[in-house]
Design a protein. Structure first.
Length: 401
């Protein structure tokens, strides 16, 4: 089996996913084309050597529909021979794209491929594509499907996490993100976005708030308590009858931020690197995906991590750094508790609570951040993992080379 190497990674800053966000006026295909151009230009890449572009996109309708990956390939000025495909595995789509690209390379079917994702949440609202999983009443009732915020609060309730606990985790995510920005730790991967006149729109992740504290977070109202009272708590508790009630602890300040962004990783075999003169930065060592219980929905990172470690012949102690997507504060907290992982090696530069979660791109962004940090801190193995809507989990192990 061939090895799949990461040769480079590029991402945009993450802009607030609202009409006043700095990237709101940029169409998602332009965000993606921007990433592709930078991958090409800074690596002096002959794009005819790239077989395909695989991009995650969680809401692939409107401006993000019509196979946005192929459209971005054309807009970026790549060779016409470069194909493109978009995929949707909910929040893990960007990492799924990397894993799929890795599998293509490992199988020997392609030499080089670009994988990543895009989401313009200010222009294409989350959930606007509908779907039977969340909108078909009989399916919702039969499988006890509730909004993810209810699921996150249920997880916190089961594990005994208080409002102060999750707020303390969120405040630390912000503190780390502020420190990482100040130290310019994202500069290797992050490329500023400009408008058509060449004016800089955004050059850093827009949601980082240096004044965030446990006390300031404590003033925010629980985001999912009201919908829970409309019957959604009761629907979840039909399956979790051992819980008397759901303690609603998550809110906008300890949940992932809605943002716009795009990312791409250049992946290829050893022969591709030799042909282009590019040096590999990391290799994809192993990856795994699992299904998990769909009501509580967000516990997949733990079994996915156990599965990928077994596949790689490794233990949790072999992993130096972790990127665990902060969809909600309780998710990485459970991950650390269940797998006995110290917080000092998890999301060391902050996570999606402080930096944002552009759904289709996040898996690629945290993978790039992980590789950057492995290099900066002179570590060897990193693991990226995300929870996934509908009850799934994904995990990938990267090795620095």
């Amino acid at each position: 089996m061939a090895e799949a190497f990461i040769y480079d990674a590029v991402r945009t800053p993450r802009g607030r996913g609202k009409s006043d966000g700095s990237l709101h006026d940029v169409q998602p295909v332009d965000l993606l084309a921007h990433v592709l151009r930078h991958l090409r230009d800074r690596n002096q890449l002959d794009t005819a050597l790239v077989d395909d572009v695989i991009m995650g996109c969680v809401t692939p309708i409107g401006e993000q529909g019509g196979d946005i990956a192929r459209t971005a390939v054309l807009e970026a000025g790549y060779a016409e021979t470069v194909a493109g495909v978009q995929l949707n595995r909910f929040c893990s789509s960007g990492l799924e794209a990397i894993n799929m690209a890795g599998a293509y390379v490992m199988s020997g079917q392609v030499d080089a491929i670009i994988a990543g994702g895009v989401e313009s949440m200010s222009r294409v609202p989350m959930g606007s594509d509908g779907g039977a999983l969340f909108m078909n009443p009989s399916i919702v009732a039969r499988h006890n499907i509730v909004p993810q915020g209810i699921s996150a609060d249920l997880i916190a309730t089961i594990h005994g996490y208080s409002r102060t606990d999750v707020d303390a985790y969120a405040a630390e995510s912000y503190r780390r993100a502020v420190a990482a920005q100040a130290a310019d730790r994202f500069s290797r991967t992050l490329v500023p976005v400009y408008d058509e006149l060449g004016l800089r729109l955004l050059d850093r992740d827009e949601g980082v708030r240096p004044d965030t504290t446990v006390e300031s977070l404590g003033k925010l109202k629980p985001a999912f308590e009201a919908m829970g009272k409309l019957g959604l708590d009761a629907l979840a508790l039909l399956k979790y009858a051992d819980q008397a009630r759901i303690n609603h602890v998550h809110h906008a300040g300890n949940s992932s931020q809605i943002v716009d962004g795009a990312a791409g990783l250049l992946i290829g075999n050893r022969a591709f690197g030799e042909k282009t003169g590019l040096k590999p930065r990391a290799r994809i060592k192993a990856f795994a995906v699992v299904g998990s219980e769909p009501t509580i929905m967000l516990t997949g990172p733990v079994p996915a991590t156990r599965k990928v470690l077994k596949r790689a012949g490794m233990t949790i102690a072999d992993i130096d750094l972790f990127e665990v997507n902060e969809a909600f504060a309780a998710i990485p907290m459970v991950f650390m508790d269940e797998l006995d992982v110290d917080h000092s090696c998890v999301n060391v530069n902050g996570g999606s609570i402080a930096l944002g979660h552009p759904l289709g791109a996040t898996g690629a962004i945290i993978s790039a951040t992980l590789i950057d940090e492995l290099e900066r801190s002179d570590k060897q193995f990193g693991l990226a993992t995300l929870c996934i809507g509908g009850g799934m989990g994904i995990a990938t192990i990267f090795e620095r080379v």
